[in-house]
Design a protein around this ligand. Structure first.
Ligand SMILES: [Fe+2]
Length: 374
């Protein structure tokens, strides 16, 4: 039974250094039994819009079994969100849920044109929570990202509601200071939890400064029940990608991110993702600058036909060997936990792969294409 004396104040304050704004938000009732299981964090950020999300967990329901013992249900999580419009490009916003002083954070909106910005790419945070925690701590120590791209496998089973609060607890300090752009991994299992919590379409794109980003859903295995439906889904997605990249040829940088990589140095996984291998000519045709993936729990960097392919799946899942680096294209292959920092400055970008110990394992420059007017 709801106790309306415990409703939170349905007002969210969003402000920047220049002005304060009040927004009325239709929030669901937060009862005394509800607790915050994740967030807040910010997704779907564009120059003018953003969605603030937090995850609530009602108190456990308790049932009596036939022998009189208590059975606790798995937590039923659900997301609350508020969509903001009318924001300004290149601004920093603070947000807070009144009545909940702990529910606050900061994010930036994308730059409108060429400039300086920083983002991080990491993924496969699904297991070894202590290692995941170290990776996030090191990332926050060595980076000051405007936004984060997650290459997927956030949790070990997207359908398991017990795992998401652990993920959100470990990622708390990162999520409260960046715009978050996740990709679906196979361990998300195309779950309702993922789409509800991340408020994300399976694939989507966004711009930041003079860079364009396309985030793919490479997890065909969980996309549909039949092979025909999976192929239809992939055809729709790759048609969308071609049009999206074509539309953004003026960007100085075109970045693609997803979970399954087209190549790997893990010998027993080579050739595993034929749909991704088949995709690479399209990435070349539309002059993609760099593509980021996960799925392999290590760090790999390839340069093939002008495109940098980076695999950063070192967020906590058990490490894989890099025992058979592809000949002729391998720039680096190291079996270690890692995250990747990208600093864009005008038409140059500096990419650095870093271990949780703060050691740089790879370091290279990207040249943006002339133009850069999005
Ligand atoms: Fe994976």
């Amino acid at each position: 039974m709801l106790d309306f004396s415990d409703l939170i104040d349905p007002v969210l304050i969003m402000k920047n250094t220049l002005f304060s704004l009040l927004f009325l938000a239709c929030l669901g009732p937060l009862t005394a039994a509800d607790k915050v299981a994740g967030g807040p964090f910010v997704v779907n950020v564009t120059a003018r819009t953003a969605t603030v999300v937090w995850i609530l967990q009602p108190d456990d329901a308790v049932m009596k079994s036939a022998d009189g013992s208590e059975v606790h249900t798995a937590p039923l999580l659900h997301a609350e969100s508020v969509r903001f419009t009318g924001l300004k490009a290149g601004m920093s916003y603070d947000y807070q849920v009144p009545g909940n002083p702990d529910l606050k954070g900061t994010f930036k909106t994308p730059l409108a044109g060429e400039g300086q910005f920083e983002f991080v790419v990491y993924g496969d945070t699904r297991t070894r929570h202590d290692v995941h925690r170290k990776v996030i701590a090191a990332l926050l120590q060595h980076c000051h990202p405007d936004f984060a791209v997650q290459t997927g496998d956030l949790v070990n089973d997207g359908d398991d509601p017990a795992l998401w609060p652990i993920f959100f607890d470990i990622e708390r300090d990162l999520l409260r200071q960046v715009a978050y752009y996740p990709a679906l991994g196979n361990h998300e299992r195309h779950s309702h939890n993922y789409s509800d919590f991340m408020q994300a379409a399976p694939y989507y794109s966004f711009n930041w400064g003079n860079a364009h980003f396309a985030i793919l859903d490479t997890d065909l295995g969980n996309a549909a029940l039949s092979e025909v439906a999976r192929q239809t889904y992939w055809k729709e997605q790759t048609d969308w990608l071609a049009a999206d990249l074509q539309k953004n040829q003026k960007a100085a940088f075109r970045f693609v991110a997803g979970h399954h990589p087209p190549m790997t140095a893990v010998s027993n996984r080579q050739g595993d993702n034929p749909h991704m291998i088949a995709l690479t000519p399209m990435l070349e045709q539309y002059h993609v600058t760099a593509a980021f993936f996960g799925h392999d729990h290590n760090y790999q960097h390839y340069l093939k036909n002008g495109i940098h392919y980076v695999i950063t799946g070192g967020g906590g899942a058990p490490l894989y060997d890099v025992d058979k680096p592809p000949v002729g294209i391998t720039q680096k292959a190291v079996s270690t936990e890692n995250f990747v920092r990208v600093r864009v400055d005008g038409k140059k970008a500096h990419v650095e792969a870093i271990t949780p110990e703060g050691k740089t394992i790879d370091d290279f420059e990207l040249e943006g294409k002339p133009g850069g007017a999005l």
